[in-house]
Design a protein around this ligand. Structure first.
Ligand code: FES
Ligand code: FES
Length: 158
């Protein structure tokens, strides 16, 4: 087991780039991304694992970045919303108006991206179940669902 004390320099692999950052052992990934690396797309909502606004992908799997320490992911591939530029899911959210205030949007986008990568043929039930990990305080779920169905079709046409 690796022990960390005081400040530690680590390298994070984010959106295909290696970023060096100095962290405390107690710094969450969410806070490091936002406050030390300027990647503010992931949002602090509840910061206790309930809302999903802070979702990022770690080795392709959606993870709530408020619930994981930055030092735990030093050897993993991290994808933030800034890394999903020009993807079908981004385009579909834009076209379908899958947002209102937008606070939850990056979390939904990353989660939906991971869903369609893992299950391109996801059915209604699977989509509903998958999205339960994210909350939209504007209750804009209809647009979000439409965007996911639209992205599903776009991915088929790749
Ligand atoms: S801010 Fe991480 S789950 Fe709400
Ligand atoms: S669009 Fe406002 S929280 Fe979801």
């Amino acid at each position: 087991m690796i022990g960390y004390k005081d400040y530690t320099s680590i390298i994070l692999n984010i959106n295909g780039e290696r970023r060096k950052v100095i962290v405390k052992p107690s710094d969450t990934l969410l806070r490091v991304l936002r406050e030390k690396l300027g990647l503010t797309g992931g949002k602090p909502g509840c910061e206790n694992g309930d809302c999903g606004a802070c979702t990022v992908l770690i080795d392709g799997k959606p993870v709530k970045s408020c619930m994981i320490l930055a030092i735990e992911v030093a050897d993993k591939d991290i994808t933030t919303i800034e890394g999903l530029n020009n993807t079908e899911i981004q385009e579909a959210f834009h076209e379908e108006g899958g947002f209102q205030c937008g606070y939850c949007t990056s979390g939904f986008l990353l989660n939906a991206y991971a869903l369609l990568e893992e299950k391109p043929e996801a059915n209604d039930e699977e989509i509903k179940e998958w999205l339960q990990s994210n909350l939209c305080r504007c209750t804009g779920y209809e647009g979000i669902k439409n965007a996911i169905y639209s992205a599903k079709e776009k991915i088929k046409e790749r």
